[in-house]
Ligand binder design. Structure first.
Ligand SMILES: Cc1cc2nc3c(=O)[nH]c(=O)nc-3n(C[C@H](O)[C@H](O)[C@H](O)COP(=O)(O)O)c2cc1C
Length: 193
């Protein structure tokens, strides 16, 4: 019989999002980034299709990506407030590391797309949990750049590929506060005949 892993349980019971505006240095090291990707790739995957891939954005690439995406945002959302535009123009450079999870799910003779998409979601959650285990915090983000064709091209997305999420990872710059979580009775029912 395997033993109870208290550390893992505590990890699962305490993970919570820290907004990307409150994530600063330090971020994961090179070895930690590789470890995170290995953790993310260790997810249930019906048919072993690997229906996801990862885009790592860190270092100088962050500001370079912002420089490409910023003008697209400004052209697409001219009515946005100055503050919102500033946040979008610095989306990647404000956090030490962002890992985009790209869902590559495609029609398959046996495995429904939905199951492949859920595997991509699991990979994204594994990144959050892995970051938490390494002592960092993170946020799962999507937004306009997942769906805007020019932004998708800048990110290098192929036709049919979709962003499951951008996982922003860093160290909290503010005290972490949790939010209320659903009670058992709110989300679980007992099946009975
Ligand atoms: C697919 C997906 C996309 C999300 N996109 C955003 C987003 O673009 N912006 C945002 O503020 N929160 C987004 N969230 C929600 C946050 O990542 C986070 O789950 C939420 O703030 C609740 O915090 P918690 O993880 O501590 O429960 C997204 C969540 C999911 C599952």
């Amino acid at each position: 019989m395997s033993t109870v892993n208290q550390g893992a349980l505590e990890l699962l019971e305490t993970r919570r999002t820290v907004a990307n505006v409150s994530l600063g240095e330090p971020g994961p090291s090179e070895a930690e980034v590789r470890r995170l990707i290995a953790i993310a790739a260790r997810v249930p995957d019906h048919g072993k299709l690997t229906p996801w891939r990862f885009i790592v954005v860190r270092g100088d690439a962050r500001a370079a990506l912002d420089a490409r995406l910023g003008p697209i945002y400004r052209a697409r959302f001219p009515e946005a407030t100055a503050e919102k535009t500033r946040l979008e123009e610095t989306r990647f450079q404000r956090v030490p590391l962002t890992i985009a999870v790209v869902c590559t799910a495609a029609e398959h003779v046996k495995i429904p797309m939905f199951e492949q998409e859920m595997s991509a979601g699991a990979a994204t959650q594994n990144l959050l949990l892995g970051a938490h285990a390494l002592g960092y915090s993170g946020q799962w983000l999507t937004g306009w750049l997942c769906y805007q064709p020019e932004a998708r091209a800048v990110l290098g997305l192929k036709d049919g590929e979709r962003i499951a999420g951008f996982v922003a990872i860093g160290t909290p710059t503010v005290p972490i506060v949790d939010r209320p979580r659903p009670a058992y009775e709110d989300v679980a029912t007992e099946w009975s005949a």
